[in-house]
Write a protein that binds this ligand. Structure first.
Ligand code: ADP
Ligand code: ASP
Ligand code: MG
Length: 452
């Protein structure tokens, strides 16, 4: 079973900010070289590269000229390659050649169908280059290293932009491509975020998906630990851009981690958190820039007194209110509503229901209007956007009398559109987008910074 032996491979995942420039890539290479045993390294694109590729995709889809944006993307990578490998002419030449290959592919996508499929072919290029740079940096310091192309490793369905991995195929590929290399004492570097269909078309797992790649690969190789290296010291009690004095959480229960990820704490991708839970993986969140700090350990079982751990928020949320027609048959209403959402592949976050109506939140997306049109065939539907969810996450919340009262006292007169508390680990509100940040700051101050 995953995580059951301490001798299993170690997975290190580095986010975009950890590999943001030549000095950082060099630092990451040193960290990898100093690992207790050669890890399997999952790397994100150089910070900002995926955003640049999203923009290239947008221009490409609208029939515009991508020359300038593509030049910027390629030259940013050339700059990193020159600074990183100035004393290593051979590796430098190889990395520069790959940058040209990728740039040529981006400027001529051949017969790749325009739309989500060409989008993924474009978006995946950042990780291909960061993997090439990191592999060269390790080689330059004399660390045995091999690059394994994630497109040979992570087989997915053809749902471009949010592809679903085939875990059995990944286990087979890992046995063939990863385990022998690691057993031979080599570091393996592979791209996060990226996969391919059975017939070799490039896919991606969704923004922020490198964390998910790391836990997928971790489960496939029965990893002893998955370390997510990032630019903060661990999971914090609040988004550092929103709260005044966030604390590093030394440990966090699996369920809390999943709720935090879903409710907007960007530090861990929701798919990764959920996958780690289901596969019993040991996960640690650590800072690339303070590697001596303990970071956050995600624990399978969390015990001790009930405690509020963190406050999170998620912007760009839509609230859908659905009221059944008075003449409708009185059963099967919720099933019909959720059937429509399932067919449109729309995942629901928060739900509240009464006898004749239901309200739920979704991430804002283009698909919502098509789903709403279908719902209107049997119900009255109102779609509201410009909202955010604010969540208080902890453990034992339902068992601790008075927690809700304290939270509601802080919410005070802030207009709330929906309240949801479906489990012991979170209490969430839907509020106007503009109210979210001030409410998060007040909740954090009252419940975490100064709880007395
Ligand atoms: P990476 O590039 O390493 O994947 P991300 O930007 O995806 O990093 O995630 C780390 C960022 O998540 C942090 O820099 C921080 O701004 C943000 N963040 C939001 N909420 C939290 C939280 N509760 N704890 C830690 N970081 C958070
Ligand atoms: N590079 C991808 C993104 O920016 C994946 C990741 O960083 O996890 O979304
Ligand atoms: Mg991330």
């Amino acid at each position: 079973m995953a995580g059951s032996t301490s001798a299993g491979p170690l997975i290190y995942k580095f986010g975009g900010s950890s590999v943001g420039d030549a000095a950082r890539i060099r630092h990451v290479a040193d960290l990898i070289a100093g690992a207790p045993r050669p890890p399997i390294v999952v790397v994100s694109a150089v910070g900002g590269a995926t955003d640049a590729l999203v923009e290239i995709d947008r221009i490409h889809q609208s029939g515009g000229d991508i020359t300038v944006a593509l030049d910027d993307f390629a030259s940013a990578h050339r700059t990193v390659a020159h600074a990183l490998l100035h004393e290593h002419a051979g590796s430098r030449t190889r990395v520069l050649a790959r940058i040209e290959t990728v740039a040529a592919r981006l400027s001529d996508l051949g017969d790749t169908p325009l739309g989500p499929e060409s989008g993924d072919a474009i978006r995946a290029c950042g990780e291909e280059l960061s993997a090439a740079l990191l592999t060269a940096a390790l080689d330059a310091i004399g660390t045995p290293v091999r690059w394994v192309d994630a497109r040979r490793l992570v087989r997915t369905d053809a749902c471009f932009g949010a592809a679903v991995p085939d875990e059995a195929a990944l286990e087979d590929a890992a046995r063939e491509l990863l385990l022998p290399a690691v057993a031979g004492g080599s570091v393996v570097v592979t791209q996060g975020f990226v996969g391919a269909t059975e017939d070799g078309r490039t896919t991606t797992l969704g923004r922020g998906g490198s964390d998910y790649s790391a836990t997928l690969i971790g489960a496939a190789v029965d990893a002893s630990e998955v370390h997510i290296w990032t630019d903060v010291e661990g999971v914090l009690s609040g988004d550092p851009r929103a709260v005044d004095a966030p604390r590093v959480l030394g440990r966090l229960g699996f369920e809390e981690a999943v709720e935090l990820a879903y409710f907007g704490a960007k530090v861990l991708h929701p798919g990764a958190a959920k996958h780690a839970v289901s596969r019993g993986l040991e996960v640690r969140i650590r800072s690339t820039f303070a590697p001596d700090r303990p970071g956050t350990r995600i624990l399978r079982d969390r015990w001790g007194p009930a405690e509020i751990a963190a406050v999170a928020f998620k912007p760009e949320v839509a609230l859908i209110q659905v009221r059944s027609h008075p003449s409708a048959i009185p059963y099967g209403f919720l099933a019909r509503v959720f059937d429509v959402l399932t067919r449109h592949r729309l995942p629901v976050d928060l739900v509240a229901t009464s006898h004749t109506s239901t309200a739920f939140t979704l991430d804002v997306s283009a698909e919502i209007s098509a789903a709403a049109a279908e719902l209107r065939r049997f119900a009255d539907v109102e779609v509201r956007t410009g909202l955010a969810t604010v969540s208080v996450v902890g453990h034992g919340l339902l068992e601790e009398p008075g927690v809700d009262a304290r939270v509601f006292q802080v919410v005070g007169r802030t207009p709330v559109h929906l309240v949801s508390q479906a489990s012991n680990v979170s209490l969430s509100f839907v509020v106007e987008a503009d109210d979210a940040s001030p409410l998060v700051r007040r909740l954090h101050r009252a419940l975490i910074e100064d709880p007395s």
